[in-house]
Design a protein around this ligand. Structure first.
Ligand SMILES: *Cc1c(COP(=O)(O)O)cnc(C)c1O
Length: 338
């Protein structure tokens, strides 16, 4: 039995989800005739109390569409220096939107209102126009860390005062909502656009949703077409997403519990130098002594446990709905003996 902790993207649809997909009513979504896509978009818009939503093939696409819609060529985007939009989207900000980034060093991926204020360019012809602030919640490279609502509100205020748009890369937003016991509608009020992934811990095979007001989503729909993301009978996939939103949110706390158990046992080991505080479903830790990140990952692989070395000294383990508490028992037992 393989225990796959590489990412929560490795989840496979359950029998119930597949059954729902099999029964889906579909049509051509480019013609807006897919009832299952329409249902998913309405469900998401309603959850976040935002005007409209757009189903897309990936979270990279929802982020890139949002950046394109909120900016003009030559603008600057403020984000954390390890954020997904900056380091993991293939230079898309430059190639899709002809914008540059002003990266900020955050606290486990989270930036402060004061830092945002300092990063905004003055009205000076030498400088690019700052157009957009993009935040990530939970922060992937921050080890699944979450923002406080009050900190987000402070950033929103700065954006309002400086005429900046505010986007949220909420690939794992539901993990944050469950962990912090926060309300999706409060996020809908704070952000001009939100991207959520259905294909991570929620367990759908494919898909992300972009949320915003009507005007924004109309524009986003055009950009999605240009990016090649207009899908036809996408209702089979949308139905998996709807199933995930209806069935797999509350259980995210199990994943958080499992991640805590992994961190607890690692914490006793002298080959572990440091573990980022575990809030949600990720454990990022620093290796020292007898292992390198690579050799530890190889050792665990022989025991059928998969994880990712994210640098020469750091390993990431991610829990998700295909990782059971029995699997965690086995992992804990193994690490205890190491
Ligand atoms: C996974 C992820 C995305 C989107 O990734 P896709 O693989 O394109 O769906 C965006 N942001 C973060 C933080 C992610 O972890």
């Amino acid at each position: 039995m393989i225990i796959d902790l590489r990412s929560d993207t490795f989840t496979k649809p359950s029998m119930e989800m597949l059954e729902a997909m099999f029964q889906a009513k579909v049509g051509d979504d480019v013609f807006r005739e897919d009832p299952s896509v329409n249902e998913l978009e309405a469900l998401c818009a309603n959850m976040f109390n935002m005007e409209d939503a757009l189903f897309c093939p990936s979270g990279t696409m929802t982020n890139q569409i949002a950046i394109k819609c909120h900016t003009s060529p030559g603008n600057e985007v403020i984000c954390e220096k390890q954020s997904h939009i900056y380091i993991y989207e293939g230079g898309g900000i430059a190639s899709n939107s002809s914008c540059q980034v002003k990266p900020i060093e955050g606290d486990r991926g989270r930036i402060h209102a004061k830092q945002v204020l300092e990063a905004i360019n003055s009205d000076d012809i030498h400088k690019p126009i700052t157009a957009l602030v993009s935040l990530e919640n939970t922060c992937n490279r921050g080890g699944g860390s979450c923002y406080e609502l009050s900190d987000l509100q402070a950033i929103k205020n700065i954006c309002n005062e400086n005429n900046l748009k505010l986007h949220l890369d909420g690939a794992r937003l539901f993990n944050a909502l469950v962990y912090k016991n926060q309300n999706a509608k409060d996020f809908g009020t704070l952000f001009d656009s939100i991207s959520i992934c259905l294909s991570k811990g929620l367990g759908a095979p494919v898909g992300s949703v972009l949320l915003g007001n009507q005007q924004f989503i109309n524009k986003a729909r055009r950009v999605r077409k240009v990016f090649g993301g207009g899908m036809r009978q996408a209702g089979y996939l949308a139905t998996a997403g709807t199933f995930a939103l209806k069935n797999n949110i509350a259980r995210l706390s199990d994943d958080h519990q499992n991640a805590k158990r992994i961190a607890e046992v690692l914490n006793k080991k002298d080959f572990v130098a440091h573990i980022l505080p575990v809030e949600t479903n990720m454990v990022i830790f620093e290796i020292q002594g007898k292992f390198t990140a690579q050799s530890l990952a190889e050792y665990l692989k022989k025991e059928q446990i998969l994880c990712i070395p994210i640098s020469s000294t750091q390993i990431r383990m991610v829990t998700h709905l295909d990782v059971t508490s029995e699997m965690i028992d086995r992992l804990v037992e193994l690490i205890e003996k190491m």
